[in-house]
Ligand binder design. Sequence first.
Ligand code: SF4
Ligand code: SF4
Ligand code: FES
Length: 239
Amino acid sequence: METLKVDVWRGGADGRFQRFEVPRRESQTVLDVVTHIQRFLDPSLAYRFACRVGMCGSCAMTVNGAPRWTCRTHVDKVARDGELELAPLANLPVVRDLVADMREFFDKWARARGQFRPTRSRADAFVRVDPRSAARREADAAIECIGCGVCYAACDVVKWNPRYLGPAALNRAWTLQADVRDGAHAERARVVDGDAGCHSCHTLMSCTELCPKRLSPTRSIAGLKRMSLRALLMGEEAA
Ligand code: SF4
Ligand code: SF4
Ligand code: FES
């Protein structure tokens, strides 16, 4: 039977790779490979997944040097000469084995005011948002983020400047700045305009190249930069 040689990160930040041999199967995903190792070769292997269908964003890892969602990544696409190297996502602390600590990633969403701030009460009527409006189309283009952290792990600016809010949090901020119902535009604009915000992005595009949902955080960040410039020209204090 054909086998795949798989080097898997074991332990914490000071860990090392351990080699496993896994049977090769048709249509096998990287997550199938990890699951085989955990079920049949070493039950102590730590990794994370939930939906297996590209919805929850929990299965991302570094696969042969690049961050990827593993439940939708086929081995055929990424194996090199029958070998795979698997490690936790970069730019985040390692918990153990293939599990990265995502707290910092989600804390940055909160710092970028990534929550919808309602302006109405339950007693009010629904706000009608025209699906053809420019703002709604901007939000639609960026809204399908599953919070997988692939873009964050791919971003060199996050590596150089750990305070940088990063592509996912800024992408989320952009969707809310384009939401006419949200009541935190000015506050969010101040945060995303600051040192750790949109102006730190060097437009290197790694986030956009690797986002499994084919979103473009780079484009969203450019939108935030335009918004900030407009506010400056209008003499407004950061929007
Ligand atoms: S475009 Fe900006 S946010 Fe995206 S990877 Fe490059 S520097 Fe990071
Ligand atoms: S923008 Fe794309 S890569 Fe980044 S967290 Fe969202 S879905 Fe994942
Ligand atoms: S397991 Fe949910 S996105 Fe991969």
